[in-house]
Ligand binder design. Structure first.
Ligand SMILES: Cc1cc2nc3c(=O)[nH]c(=O)nc-3n(C[C@H](O)[C@H](O)[C@H](O)COP(=O)(O)O)c2cc1C
Ligand code: SF4
Ligand code: SF4
Length: 259
């Protein structure tokens, strides 16, 4: 079974590729009620079976919504299964894999191996961070196919490994910057809409995985329950959503779905 969360499509793409490589058709998307009420959900697993968790890295750690699902969801037989982590990132993941291992062990589940996959960057809400150029984004997507093949091979052979790119100062980033980021930089109050550009299509509200956006009158309004996945920002067809001055002049990116 592959369980994935994805804001802008990178992790969905990797989950689907992994499913094909491993011949695993049981792919569960964490969205809507799964994220809002994970304690209400029960999945089935069993001895020798695999549970592969696929999600983006957020500030060198596990996205809080994914951590919440791991802590609260019921997986019948989860303690007999082998658990794997595959995280997508723009560059590097710090000690995200250590966090994930701790979350899984807290459930008395077995973390076997962890992997990272470089994909186009989606974080834009701070100075100095922007989406990749189309050339860089395309080359990351092209390279990810080979990377997934190698990950699938490790998983099939049940190799116990942390095959990840930690980057520089991984402990500092995960231990100190991650909690600071969660507290101060994942605030949905920062989103704004340019009313002269917005065409009131409602896509941001329909597509929010947390049901956190409502159209009040003609324009979107953000609630407090936000995963900070940036799907609203990147998916707006007329680029009307911003995050204050931090996103001025910045680009958009969504994984190019062909189907
Ligand atoms: C809130 C947020 C924080 C992020 N933090 C990191 C990070 O610490 N390291 C990194 O390499 N990429 C980071 N990224 C980029 C994403 O991990 C990367 O683009 C990922 O593939 C997005 O996956 P998705 O399309 O499935 O949502 C971040 C993106 C967001 C939205
Ligand atoms: S997706 Fe963009 S254009 Fe459509 S309602 Fe939302 S902000 Fe407006
Ligand atoms: S409000 Fe935007 S950033 Fe927050 S969960 Fe919804 S789509 Fe993602």
């Amino acid at each position: 079974m592959i369980i994935y969360f994805s804001g802008t499509g990178n992790s969905r793409h990797i989950a689907r590729l992994l499913g094909k490589e491993l011949n695993d058709n049981e792919i569960v998307e964490l969205t809507g009620d799964f994220l809002l009420y994970p304690e209400r959900f029960r999945l089935e697993s069993g001895e020798g079976q695999r549970v592969i968790w696929v999600f983006p890295t957020y500030s060198w750690g596990v996205p809080p919504v994914v951590a919440d699902v791991i802590a609260k969801i019921t997986i019948a037989g989860g303690e007999w299964a082998d658990h794997f982590m595959v995280t997508t990132c723009g560059d590097d993941i710090g000690k995200c894999h250590f966090q994930w291992r701790r979350l899984v062990e807290a459930r008395y589940w077995k973390p076997v191996a962890t992997f990272s996959v470089r994909m186009p960057n989606t974080y834009v809400c701070m100075k100095g961070f922007d989406v990749d150029s189309p050339v860089v984004a395309d080359s990351k997507i092209a390279e990810s196919a080979l990377r997934v093949r190698s990950i699938a091979d490790f998983i099939r052979r049940r190799v116990e490994i942390d095959d990840v790119v930690e980057g520089r100062w991984p402990k500092i980033k995960t231990r100190y910057i991650y909690p600071y980021f969660l507290k101060h930089n994942m605030n949905p109050e920062g989103f704004n809409v340019d009313e002269s550009t917005c065409i009131s299509c409602g896509k941001c509200a329909r597509n929010c995985p947390m049901d956190n956006i409502t159209l009040k009158g003609k324009y979107p309004v953000w609630g407090v329950g936000c995963a900070f996945c940036l799907r609203c920002y990147h998916g707006c067809p007329v680029h009307a959503i911003g995050y204050g001055n931090a996103t001025a002049g910045k680009g958009q990116y969504m994984f190019p779905e062909k189907s």
